[in-house]
Design a protein around this ligand. Structure first.
Ligand SMILES: [Zn+2]
Length: 277
């Protein structure tokens, strides 16, 4: 059994055939967590979870939704945005009202990603860095208050994110999704009680082989991050949860273990970290 621990069937990329995609994963017994990225997509993730027993939801504000981000054409279609600029949101009390639903099992995705700030410079850039950090801190505090784990979106800034989590005395754990750091960052994250999520990237880049080889399977989650980054052999197509099998296959190959074992252990890991039992 497969568990896609980070996916976005809540995005507009699935508006035309969402039900078919959901039926496929139900048939293949794939469990998924649809990840909230803003208020609307958090609500949508919950609506899907209410309808399908193999789906859970998170509520969160992605760092890219905290700033007036200019989005490219491909991305506009995936999220069905009417404007070229994302309307920045703030993680306010309205998000918190969504947490009463029992299928909401984590806060996020939230975190730090300054690659979205490449178009800004000087005082603006500093201002938006601060906003990203503030929104991250708010979500850490809400996770603590509601005893939920965190689904973290962190690009490059692993040490900075760990410092903020420590500064906020956060100890509930969770997952650093789409991990692309090095072995020392991986070890530090695991030491702090977090899991590492690996995506389809590992099917076409060898950069993470060393990390996957060295860290315990008991700390690994698999994910698609659909509709983004489809794995080999689906590169260039819209990604979907069934393709998480390709990520599992690659881990089996790197760790020289049977595919069944990778599927079983990563499934158990997801159940454990998100307290699904
Ligand atoms: Zn995501």
């Amino acid at each position: 059994m497969l568990f896609d621990s980070h996916t976005h069937l809540n995005l507009a990329a699935f508006d035309e055939d969402r039900e078919q995609v959901l039926k496929r994963i139900l048939k293949e017994k794939v469990s998924v967590i649809n990840i909230g990225t803003c208020f609307e997509t958090s609500k949508k993730a919950i609506a899907i979870a209410n309808q399908y027993e193999n789906c859970w939801a998170t509520v969160g504000l992605h760092p890219s939704h905290t700033i007036p981000l200019k989005i490219d054409k491909n991305e506009l279609a995936l999220i069905n945005s009417k404007s070229e600029f994302l309307n920045p949101e703030t993680f306010n009390n309205e998000f918190e009202t969504l947490l009463e639903n029992p299928k909401v099992i984590a806060i996020g995705e939230c975190g730090l990603d300054y690659t979205y700030l490449n178009d800004f410079s000087g005082a603006d850039k500093e201002k938006y860095k601060k906003i990203e950090e503030n929104e991250f801190r708010k979500q850490i505090q809400v996770a603590k208050k509601h005893k939920l784990v965190l689904c973290l979106h962190v690009r490059d800034l692993y040490n900075e994110a760990l410092d903020i989590l420590e500064d906020e005395h956060y100890e509930n754990g969770g997952v650093f999704h789409f991990f692309t750091g090095n072995i020392s960052e991986a070890k530090k994250i695991i030491e702090k009680g977090f899991y590492l999520g690996f995506s389809g990237v590992i099917t076409y880049s060898q950069n993470l082989n060393n990390v996957i080889e060295k860290i315990p399977l008991e700390k690994i989650l698999i994910e698609t991050d659909a509709p983004y980054v489809a794995p080999v052999p689906y590169r260039g197509q819209r990604n979907e949860p069934l393709y998480v099998k390709e990520v599992a296959k690659k881990i089996a190959q790197i760790k020289k273990l049977p595919l069944e074992e990778i599927e079983e252990v990563t499934f158990k890991n997801a159940v454990k970290v998100f307290k699904l039992q």
